[in-house]
Design a protein around this ligand. Structure first.
Ligand code: AHR
Length: 670
């Protein structure tokens, strides 16, 4: 059923301003894999894999990652800047800052604009000490996470007044004002200078503050006050939070879709994502309000802005770091249709198309081209090998087709090597969904992006959705999906129950990997103290992170993708889900392994008799994800539902699927 108007596919009301256990088993195939679960007397489910009838190649992009700056995913999340409003450019330029609680100091502070270091960053802070080492404290993003003994890079712009002190000191402090390590930056002059140093934290704190104090009486001007962990991913100066990047890399993602989501569109066109404003010196990247700041009244985050410290160059780098193909999504000349739906007139659409052309040059162009030269100047002369661009997100109606057609015409003529990703109507049950698909087939698209935020049962009922789709024309991108359980204490929980439904759905996608080229769970990240949307794949606080059971489903499928589809039947039937068991199979050519994915959502164990037609098994190992229906992971128990190793005995191709389990069998063949 289509959601009600004004409510998105996830059932969320948009802003009214219309303006387990994962068990690794290794064994010889001739012994049965015995689960420690109650046995039942139902006959074994016969799962037959036609190794002798290989199908299409499974694209490396079948499973990927969808990144959007929602739930503090970027600022306060994977972009590990510790200082909120470091540039004093929030509309309330002192948001996040307050007078430091130092007893033996007196003074005042104000935001000034008269002589900034950069016109792109016009506001700066003036701190005047009238006694002692007066200063200001920053509260970070729901606090500042520091670890005892770890190093933090401090960088800021500063100058002193005529009689001002020659130094400033940056310190971590706890909420009682006790210093937890600091560094003194010397050599201030009366002109703006970049100063830097390193703090070694002297305690572990989840909710520390960072204070900046003058070296003594007099005036100091400050801007771009930045504190970064030294151990960012790849130790880059403007790098990303290492634990979160590692979690992404462990998914073995085939692609990274960025920067969203609705964030691409903006509530109004003015607030759309403009990639050209997100590259270059971070202090020159003009921030804007994050559209999730007050989208949902119950989860307002008035301090949520996009500084673009994580910008398009960093997204491309991240894609490369995690081995994923970059998939940028661009605004198509339409603001979010759940909000204003503002349109760029068709005769004024060229700058939007030019953004796409320039992005191709930025990502792939020779270093002698204007945009290729910018990429090289940022430190990446080699191309990023971008092969896809998305045009719009969750758009619908004739206005979308008109705008998409213009993009397709220009990009198709100038860059036939780039595959365009077009948006399906997110209301998949209404008539326009079909009309829009028909239109996109006529115009042509590399992929059409369908989104599903539905209850678990929907995913079971729809595992065969793509069995009957036409095999010609655009490929499918399931760009956003998640099984939504009823809310509990205001949140949709991420339990094994939801993850099992997603696993069953993935067997359906894998069976149809000749048509389904890409898929991604959504959203990706959420800060435990600053989220707007549930469920999410990965949660974090200021120091640690964990993957949900859904994360481990993505990981198991991503790490065991296989290279070629193998036809599979359950009890002699090609339909998925027969007898409540869901299955797909593939061949991993280089490993010479048949990879069989089995999902048993039921609360009883199920015996499976596996037959491989046209192949002889010489050994097997299995990965099993199981647990209680309500099993969840958390900061306290991050791996309650997570991979573990076990050895099982196997005889005569018989396996027992534990209750509520995902089992991946990797069978070595001769
Ligand atoms: O994933 C969260 C939001 O859901 C995305 O921004 C949007 O595309 C969809 O409505």
């Amino acid at each position: 059923m289509a959601p009600a108007p004004g409510v998105n596919a996830a059932g969320w009301q948009y802003h009214p301003a219309v303006r387990t256990n994962l068990v690794l088993l290794t064994a010889a195939l001739t012994l049965p894999l015995v689960a420690r679960a109650p046995r039942v007397d139902t006959p074994p489910v016969r799962v037959s894999v036609a190794v002798n009838r290989p199908g299409a190649t499974i694209p490396s992009t079948l499973l990927g990652v969808f990144f959007e700056d929602i739930n503090f995913a970027a600022d306060g999340g994977i972009y590990p800047e510790r200082v909120k409003n470091r540039s004093f450019e929030f509309p309330d330029p002192l948001m996040g800052w307050r007078r430091a609680t130092l007893t033996d100091a007196a003074g005042r502070f104000s935001v000034e604009t008269a002589t900034p270091a950069s016109p792109a960053n016009p506001h700066y802070l003036r701190v005047t000490s009238t006694a002692g080492k007066f200063g200001v404290s920053n509260e970070g993003f729901r606090g500042i996470g520091i670890r005892n003994g770890e190093r933090y890079a401090v960088r800021l712009l500063a100058r002193r007044g005529a009689n001002g002190p020659a130094s400033v000191r940056v310190e971590f402090e706890n909420t009682q004002g006790r210093a937890l390590g600091g560094v003194t930056l010397e050599g201030l002059t009366t002109t703006w200078q970049k100063l830097s140093g390193t703090i070694t934290a002297e305690a572990t704190e989840l909710h520390a503050l960072a204070r900046v104090v003058t070296g003594g009486p007099g005036t100091v001007d400050l801007d771009m006050v930045s504190v970064f962990p030294a151990d960012t991913w790849a130790h880059r100066e403007n790098g990303l939070r290492a634990d979160l990047v590692q979690l992404l890399k462990d998914l073995h993602p085939g692609f990274l879709r960025f920067p969203g989501g609705c964030i691409v569109e903006g509530r109004f066109l003015e607030g759309r994502y403009q990639w050209k404003k997100t590259i270059g010196d971070p202090s020159d990247r003009t921030l804007i309000v994050n559209r999730w700041n007050d989208e949902f009244s119950g989860r307002a985050a008035p301090d949520y802005y996009q500084t673009f410290g994580l910008g398009f160059y960093e997204y491309f780098q991240l894609s490369e770091d995690i081995g994923a193909s970059p998939l940028p999504i661009l605004n198509c000349g339409m603001a979010c249709q759940f909000n204003s739906g503002e349109l760029a007139p068709l005769d004024k659409i060229d700058p939007y198309i030019q953004d796409a052309l320039d992005l191709i040059e930025f990502a792939n162009g020779a270093t002698t081209t204007p945009w290729g030269a910018k990429r090289a100047a940022l430190g990446h002369p080699a191309p990023f090998n971008m092969t896809m661009i998305g045009v719009g997100n969750e758009q619908w109606g004739p206005q979308y087709l008109e705008r998409y057609a213009k993009f397709a015409k220009v990009l198709g003529a100038q860059h036939p090597e780039i595959r365009l990703v077009a948006s399906a109507d997110p209301f998949t049950e209404r008539e326009n969904f079909k009309t829009q698909w028909d239109g996109l087939r006529k115009i042509g698209a590399g992929f059409v992006d369908e989104h599903f935020y539905r209850p678990p049962q929907w995913f079971y009922d729809n595992v065969g959705r793509y069995d009957s789709y036409p095999r010609t024309g655009p490929k499918i991108f399931v760009g956003e999906y998640a099984a939504h359980l009823p809310q509990r204490q205001g949140m949709r929980p991420s339990t094994l129950t939801a993850a099992l439904a997603e696993a069953a759905w993935l067997t359906g996608l894998e069976r149809n990997a000749d048509l389904v080229g890409m898929s991604s769970f959504a959203p990706l990240f959420a800060h435990v103290d600053a989220w707007q949307w549930t469920p999410n794949l990965i949660w974090f606080d200021n120091l640690t992170s964990f993957g949900t059971p859904s994360y481990y489903v993505q990981q198991v499928f991503g790490q065991n993708r296989g290279t070629t589809i193998l036809p599979v039947t359950i009890d002699g039937d090609a339909k998925n889900g027969i007898g409540g068991v869901f299955a797909s199979a593939s061949l991993d050519q280089s490993a010479r392994e048949v990879v069989v994915k089995l999902v048993n959502p039921g609360s009883d164990a199920r015996d499976v008799a596996l037959a491989l037609d046209g192949a002889t098994a010489v050994g097997a190992r299995a990965v099993t994800l199981t647990g209680t229906a309500d099993a969840e992971n958390s900061l306290e128990s991050p791996t309650a539902v997570s991979p573990s190793n076990a050895v099982a005995s196997v005889t005569s191709g018989k396996y027992s699927l534990p209750p509520r389990s995902v089992v991946v069998l990797r069978v070595r063949i001769s």
